[in-house]
Design a protein. Structure first.
Length: 293
């Protein structure tokens, strides 16, 4: 394993390792204005949601690497403490990238990148009309640490496109197409092909990893994700359920392979359980695994 001490390296070198591994990072496409109304639009990938009540978003424009000067976004926020954070999806990623060019102060990146200004309701900066979600925010604090300017914002109004709203009135993740920053020139696309679900262990208490029988826990076929799924169940199937499952065609086929000497039982059970777990069929996987008893 490569071990690096940031104090022994140039900051930009260690930065490349951080951005290549702390990823993917959502993008805050921030629109701001200065005291005379000049508009700025810039993307920042040091960004995330940090609070629920009140709703808090945080992003961090770092000072320019070439001379240490503050970026126009921070200069604007010091004059007008309001910002719209527009979320970026795949349909606008190239235009967003174009807006990141360091145009001279006072140049409107909406115009340079071809985005459409839409008037905000409560704040002075305009929204990006093409964005599927826009958050109007008041700046609570700007905290400078080294070359970083940490902007803490309270969301006072959110706008969500009908295109990403499901029948239940909530955000339908499969209708979104967000992009996020990786390292160097790389981005990630969170579309319905690449997304997957993980059941939250919220209201229940799972048996835990340590309660999984050793010969399952130390399997050479099941991986850590599989064991995490197995440890998330509240109770194991009882003996009646195990015996009933043994009579199913699925199990009879496995037993037949063992009888004909095709493979060891445990290997077949673990391989079958792995396939079931990949389909999120956790109960069935347990019923398979417990057949070895």
């Amino acid at each position: 394993m490569l071990t690096l001490n940031p104090k022994e390296l140039d900051s930009r070198v260690f930065y490349s390792y951080m951005t290549g591994t702390v990823a993917p990072r959502p993008i805050a496409f921030a629109s701001t204005v200065d005291k005379v109304g000049n508009v700025n639009l810039s993307p920042f990938s040091f960004f995330n949601i940090m609070g629920i009540n009140p709703p808090i978003l945080v992003f961090a424009p770092n000072n320019r690497g070439r001379d240490g000067s503050k970026k126009d976004t921070i200069l604007n926020l010091e004059e007008v403490g309001e910002v719209v954070i527009n979320m970026v999806d795949f349909s606008m990623v190239q235009q967003m990238s174009l807006s990141s060019i360091e145009f001279p102060k006072g140049i409107n990146e909406f115009i340079k990148s071809g985005f459409t200004e839409e008037k905000s309701v409560f704040v002075k900066p305009p929204r990006v009309k093409e964005s599927q979600t826009q958050f109007e925010c008041k700046v609570l604090e700007i905290k400078q640490i080294g070359t970083m300017n940490l902007v803490i914002c309270e969301v006072i109004l959110g706008h969500f496109s009908d295109r990403i709203i499901g029948e239940n009135g909530k955000i339908d993740q499969q209708k979104t197409d967000w992009v996020a920053r990786m390292g160097e020139n790389w981005y990630a696309r969170a579309d319905k092909v690449s997304m997957f679900e993980v059941e939250k262990p919220t209201s229940k208490i799972g048996i835990g990893y340590d309660a999984i029988p050793e010969k399952i826990r130390f399997s050479k076929i099941l991986n850590g994700n599989h064991l995490g799924q197995l440890g998330n169940v509240e109770t194991l199937p009882n003996q009646d359920q195990i015996l009933a499952f043994r009579e199913t065609p699925f199990m009879q086929e496995i037993i037949e392979q063992v009888l004909y000497g095709c493979a060891f039982l445990d290997n077949l059970l673990h391989a079958a359980a792995a396939k079931l777990l990949d389909q999120n069929k956790v109960k069935e996987a347990w019923l398979v695994l417990l057949q070895s008893n």
